[in-house]
Design a binder for this molecule. Structure first.
Ligand SMILES: [Cu+2]
Length: 682
């Protein structure tokens, strides 16, 4: 049904979306599954022109991995094509992001409410966008293991919706939810962040941009955008003065803080180390992020792509602890707004370095008119934070919050992302300090005699924490197959899930944690979710995989048939980090035990790469990811929806949601190295 609607929508809108940029606009590309039923009869669609339809496309684009109700609209009662209410649903995820080649760092993010098996969580937390005068609801489902809130920074609202713990509402505890409500006031660039232990929770990633758009008739635009960056279809108020729009979120990272939750599973220990041992007054940022990535990945995820003779709106937010010195080469933008307030004509000014303090927002209007005052002309121009450390990755440059302003139409080879002189920055060994910055063409290759005892600050070298994606692979390996013959018996099992069942050091638990079933038995599992949040029960060792996902409190049932073998399988909750903070258990079939892997699996486990077949859910070249609903990959992973890194984003050229593909995964790197099209979506 959904596929049919998709095909219809595609046919109807093929002309409209044909002009879309290939990649700068994901992960909310308009071609990601529009839902015509939601807007086919709206005023904008019936009476509007192309701009309105593009806006509707962006507004209704499905967020890959999110529930449909992650964004919900109230009625359009003013008959101007405007909604009167928008409701966002956010949860909290612990994620590990590859922020520059080979560097995986743990963050906490707000994420759109996720679906079974998948989550759209990424860094930075999603950009939320509303229209002046709209009634806004934001429900926070605290799926995390510590208390959190949302503070809407700079937005006028009543004090009880300000997200300060105990003023008067307490923190949102793990497993609980809370709905913030206010009416969107003056248009401008704002932000939202957690206000519990904010010295730690904000740098961990609990912060995103919040934008209020000026009110216009038939005004439609993307409401919740995972991450930040290019806005493909600016809202009407912005489009009146600008052709292109970007949001730029700056963060800095003291990696020592982010290692804490990556190195222990005990919530008590995480709490003690992060909130009592870690001394924020001795904070020492060594990783610098633009839209959640460091150079060179910023070149893929957040390039500023412009045309000559246009006005580009840049919304800048500094989430970090140091002042950002924003420097676009080749351009002298005009400051138009500070902290959501427009400057008067007399107050507006032009600079080539803008200082943006922690918490501050600056809106800039950047002209690409090559008149020597506003811009120097087409080219590849660097855009960076001029603070010294911020151009490095843990003190090795080039790195940090650096990207490029790239004029469309220039040879793609000239981009820093493709130019051969930058190829070595994509090699993880470079940022581990294993390759000389200047090769033997500059320095003598003869052995070096080191002279000790010179005093200067030395770059700290630490071992990396375990990679979550590799642990995930291990956890989802198929152990046994469901019974192929008619079930011999039927059994009902009741399983409770929630915070009440956590043991010391845990946040959540199942009760019981050991389920005993017969061989080849049909099991009706009734899952009682006692929390206000989503739990996603999954038997990972069973093929086909069994899962049951819903937002509580409540009880839902589903059936599966156990294998015809004495085997012990594991089950867990698939919501981010719930397994590590307690939600794991064992399903004992018959007498339980281990099944010796068959020859096919042993062979697969010994090989360097494995092959998979599946249907694409989303291709995300900006973050070098492919979300795919794949069949079982023998000896590697059960059939499920998974998000994989791709070795090169160019592999995703021409890959769309709905395509059936085969792919090869490099086991050690856990990355897709080749993709072959089996059947196009339409
Ligand atoms: Cu859970």
């Amino acid at each position: 049904m959904r596929l049919l609607a998709l095909a219809l929508a595609r046919a109807l809108l093929a002309n409209v979306i044909a002009g879309f940029g290939a990649r700068a606009d994901d992960p909310v590309r308009a071609e990601d599954m529009p839902r015509t039923s939601r807007y086919a009869s709206t005023h904008s669609y019936l009476r509007g022109g192309e701009a309105e339809r593009l806006g509707l496309e962006a507004e209704n684009a499905r967020i890959p991995g999110a529930e449909d109700n992650a964004v919900e609209f109230g009625p359009d009662i003013d008959a101007l094509g405007n909604y009167t209410q928008v409701h966002f649903r956010l949860e909290i995820a612990e994620v590990q992001e590859e922020i520059y080649p080979g560097k995986f760092v743990t963050f906490w993010v707000y994420a759109p409410l996720g679906r079974s098996m998948t989550s759209p969580a990424r860094l930075p937390s999603p950009t939320l966008r509303v229209q002046e005068g709209e009634k806004v609801k934001v429900t926070l489902y605290n799926t995390h293991y510590l208390p959190h809130t949302i503070h809407f920074h700079g937005l006028p609202q009543s004090w009880d919706m300000d997200g300060m713990p105990g003023m008067p509402h307490p923190e949102v505890m793990p497993g609980e939810s809370f709905t913030y409500e206010f009416t969107a006031g003056a248009p401008g660039t704002y932000w939202y962040h957690c206000h519990v232990q904010e010295d730690v929770h904000v740098p961990m990633g609990l912060a995103g941009m919040f934008i209020v758009e000026p009110r216009r008739p038939n005004n439609h635009f993307a409401r919740m955008t995972p991450g930040a960056g290019r806005i493909e279809v600016p809202a009407k108020g912005t489009a009146e003065t600008h052709q292109t729009e970007y949001s730029l979120i700056y963060m800095d990272v003291d990696e020592r803080l982010h290692r804490i939750p990556a190195l222990t599973n005990d919530v008590r220990e995480i709490e003690r180390r992060m909130h009592r041992d870690y001394d924020v007054s001795q904070r020492r940022p060594d990783i610098f992020l633009l839209n959640g990535r460091s150079f060179p990945y910023t070149l893929r995820d957040s390039p500023i792509i412009v045309k000559p003779d246009e006005q580009v709106k840049l919304r800048i937010l500094n989430v970090g602890g140091h002042t950002v010195h924003f420097h676009p080469h080749g351009h002298r933008p005009l400051a138009t707004d500070f902290d959501g307030s427009p400057l008067t004509t007399a107050q507006k000014f032009r600079r080539d370095v803008f200082d943006v303090g922690p918490g501050q927002r600056i809106d800039l209007s950047m002209s690409t008119k090559a008149n020597g005052v506003e811009a120097s002309g087409p080219g590849i121009w660097m855009l960076h934070d001029h603070s010294l450390g911020a151009s490095t990755n843990k003190s090795i440059g080039p790195g940090g919050a650096t990207t490029e302003i790239r004029y469309e139409g220039l040879d793609a080879e000239k981009s820093m992302a493709n130019h051969e002189s930058h190829a070595r920055y994509f090699d993880p060994a470079y940022y581990r300090g294993e390759r000389p910055v200047f090769g033997s063409d500059v320095t003598d290759a003869a052995p070096l005699v080191s002279r000790p005892d010179l005093d200067y600050p030395i770059r700290a070298v630490v071992t990396d924490p375990p990679r979550l994606d590799l642990i995930e692979v291990e956890r989802h390996r198929t152990v046994a197959t469901t019974c192929m013959t008619k079930a011999k018996s039927i059994r009902q099992i009741r399983l409770k899930a929630g915070r009440a069942h956590a043991r010391p050091g845990e946040a959540y638990g199942f009760e019981p944690r050991e389920l005993n079933v017969g061989r080849c038995e049909e099991i009706e599992l009734a899952l009682e979710n006692e929390d206000d949040i989503r739990h996603d029960f999954m038997i990972a060792g069973l093929a086909p995989m069994f899962s049951l996902n819903f937002v509580g409190p409540g009880t839902e049932s589903a059936r599966f048939i156990s294998p015809d073998a004495d085997v012990t399988l594991t089950f867990h909750c698939h919501v981010a980090a719930h397994d590590k903070v307690g939600m794991m258990g064992e399903l004992i079939v018959g007498r339980g035990g281990k099944i010796e892997p068959d020859a096919q699996i042993i062979k697969a486990q010994a090989s360097a790469s494995v092959d998979g077949v599946g249907v694409v859910i989303a291709a995300l070249p900006r973050s070098s990811r492919l979300v795919v609903d794949h069949e079982e990959i023998k000896g590697f992973m059960a059939a499920m929806e998974m998000s994989y890194l791709v070795a090169d984003p160019n592999l995703l050229d021409g890959v769309q949601a709905g395509d059936k593909i085969s792919f090869i995964i490099d086991r050690a790197a856990n990355r897709i190295t080749a993709i072959r099209m089996l059947r196009k979506a339409n």
